[in-house]
Design a protein around this ligand. Structure first.
Ligand code: 2BA
Length: 109
């Protein structure tokens, strides 16, 4: 068995949760926050048999989009003055960040 940890964007959550239901994939949804953008995202925990891992990855891949966001970043202008300006930095987010971990044991009591 494997544990898939998938961090996805909130905008993809509805589509992905429906895809999990349609494909009979059991998942637990956690609300999470990106450490860099400090924006909400969603983390799924999915316990799955090893031979079905690729199927789950396909479902996540199909449901997750890459998006571009702009974040403000402060920078100093080197023109001999104590002047600080705010710059917009382009950041490409996602589609999904996925970890596949081994599971030693699985119990359901
Ligand atoms: P955030 O940490 O909010 O990062 C959002 C996006 O900002 C990232 O997209 C990446 O393009 C950029 N970014 C992150 N850290 C950066 C840095 N130090 N310098 C420059 N740009 C940076 P993704 O890579 O698609 O990540 C989306 C979200 O997935 C992240 O949100 C974070 O919540 C999670 N994540 C990404 N990599 C991770 C990792 N190695 N471990 C745990 N969580 C991760």
């Amino acid at each position: 068995m494997k544990l898939i940890v998938a961090i996805i964007q909130e905008k993809d959550e509805k589509k992905l949760s429906q895809a999990f239901l349609d494909n009979d994939i059991r998942a637990t949804k956690l609300s999470s926050t990106g450490g860099f953008l400090r924006a909400g995202n969603v983390t799924y925990l999915i316990g799955i048999e090893e031979e079905k891992v690729e199927d789950v990855l396909d479902v996540i891949r199909i449901s997750s989009q890459t998006r571009v966001q702009f974040v403000s970043s402060s920078g100093n202008l080197d023109i001999g003055m104590d002047l600080t300006s705010s710059m917009q930095v382009k950041v490409k987010v996602g589609g999904a960040i996925v970890f596949v971990l081994p599971v030693d044991s699985f119990y359901k009591f």
